[in-house]
Ligand binder design. Structure first.
Ligand SMILES: [Fe+2]
Ligand SMILES: [Fe+2]
Length: 470
């Protein structure tokens, strides 16, 4: 007979390091795929309020995946296999959630099934976990739970206002996803596995493809461009803009910066689409692109907030454009990234942000100054993202640099050809917008002491010939 003391305490099942790290890796894969799926559906969603939340939740989900990934690495230290051999069950289930037939269905699936199931799995983990032994996981999961519960509540309120009627098809989709999740034993894989719902009416849909063309919110009229620097052929639009400019350079900058911020949503669509299209990149790539996509949505929201704060009927007065994303719809993801980098890098190199802030300071517009200041801070980071990841994708050598230049020049040419092909479309004409906007602006302006502001400002453009006209 051997001799022992009684156990110091009892422990729950599935809580040894090996098992905990296996479960956490499943959670990581789920969050990582959810992040990419949010990115894809962010692009596929036009309703402005829903699109903003999808973008915020995309970035938060990237933080959750990163936190779980770090913990898996700690628990498996020094093994670095967190990004190898993903659990096939989790991947297969997560691929289904992207196959929703529209935004409303996608949201029903994610916010009524996927996120609540993740919340339940994290609570179950916390109930099992030893708060001392596994304290770093407990900390991480508690913080993720705070975010996810808030995400569910926020979306619930939003959906009720945007889509007040529930459709039977959404309930069907949710039921399908519930059954799928049961078939893999839940996110932690500890549940009893049932049969896959292969004969369900929602089964067998093709894999989701991120849209190569986007639409903007149906409350706005379709618009290809948002400011006159994008379409040099729109002489009437340029003339209509110049009337606003003639009111005062400061007024023009207040209006210009708000409209151009609002329209930066295309710069969010680009990295988000790439996150879906490039599937097996290194983790830091997705983390940076998730931030990039969310920042540009924030910049867009800054513009929208300023326009709303002036009390303007934004859908009536402000174009919400889609040409930049759609013109590049057919080019490879890396080339879209190259053009985005061209704009961002050009803005910082030309010192455009500093000049814009100077003019806004002269206008004494504290809100617009602060928006531009934070935008500038974000943009400096984006230039670094672009530099890092284009170098990673193209190679850090002469051939890589030449290829970047070729891709950028070609993308600028594609944009120029698109403008030429669509220059006479009714959707390409900006004069009606600025003609409606002019009296609204004129009625609101007031006098302040003249500080003798004397700065030259020009926007960054893909086609430099445009600047001669402005
Ligand atoms: Fe931006
Ligand atoms: Fe940016």
């Amino acid at each position: 007979m051997a001799k022992v003391l009684p156990p110091s305490r009892s422990t729950a099942d599935h809580t040894r390091v090996d098992h905990a790290s296996q479960i956490l890796k499943r959670f990581y894969i789920a969050e990582r795929t959810l992040m990419r799926t949010f990115a894809a559906w962010f692009v596929g969603t036009s309703q402005w309020d829903l699109k903003r939340q999808l973008s915020a939740d995309l970035w938060q989900t990237a933080q959750h995946a990163d936190s779980l990934r770090t913990r898996v690495l700690e628990l498996r230290y020094p093994r670095r296999d967190v990004d190898r051999k993903y659990d096939a069950d989790v991947l297969a289930f997560m691929a289904e959630i992207a196959k929703a037939s529209d935004t409303q269905e996608f949201i029903a699936g994610v916010y009524n099934v996927v996120l609540p199931a993740l919340v339940a799995s994290y609570h179950a983990y916390l109930d099992r976990a030893d708060a001392l032994d596994d304290a770093p996981t407990v900390y991480r999961l508690r913080h993720i739970l705070l975010d996810q519960q808030a995400q569910i509540e926020r979306m619930d309120a939003l959906v009720t206002s945007v889509h007040p009627t529930e459709r039977p098809s959404d309930a069907q989709w949710q039921e399908y996803l519930y059954r799928w999740l049961d078939s893999i034993g839940g996110f932690d894989g500890l549940g009893e596995k049932s049969a896959r719902p292969e004969n369900h009416i929602c089964a067998g849909r093709p894999a989701y493809v991120v849209p190569r063309t986007v639409q903007r919110d149906a409350r706005w009229r379709p618009a290809l461009f948002h400011l006159p620097h994008e379409n040099k052929y729109d002489k009437a639009g340029i003339a209509a803009w110049k009337r606003i400019e003639a009111l005062d350079q400061r007024v023009a900058m207040q209006v210009w910066s708000a409209i151009s911020h609002f329209n930066e949503i295309w710069a969010a669509d680009v990295p988000a689409s790439i996150m879906w299209e490039l599937e097996n990149e290194t983790w830091a790539f997705y983390l940076d692109l998730a931030r990039w996509a969310w920042d540009e949505t924030r910049h867009s929201t800054m513009g929208w907030r300023a326009l709303e704060s002036w009390g303007w009927d934004v859908p009536d007065l402000i174009p919400f454009a889609y040409a930049t994303y759609n013109a590049l719809g057919s080019v490879p993801p890396i080339q879209r990234l190259a053009l985005l980098y061209f704009y961002e890098e050009g803005l910082l190199r030309a010192g455009t942000k500093q000049i814009e802030i100077k003019i806004l300071e002269s206008a004494q517009d504290d809100g617009s100054i602060q928006d531009m200041d934070y935008d500038w801070a974000d943009e400096a980071m984006h230039v670094n993202f672009g530099y890092t990841w284009l170098k990673h994708l193209l190679g850090d050598d002469q051939a890589g640099r030449e290829e970047l230049k070729r891709l950028t020049d070609e993308a600028r040419q594609i944009m120029a050809d698109f403008v030429l092909a669509h220059k006479d479309d009714p959707e390409a004409q900006l004069a009606p917008y600025f003609d409606r906007l002019y009296p609204v602006v004129e009625k609101m302006i007031h006098d302040i002491p003249d500080d003798q502001l004397n700065v030259q400002w020009a926007p960054v453009v893909a086609d430099e010939a445009v600047l001669e006209e402005l």
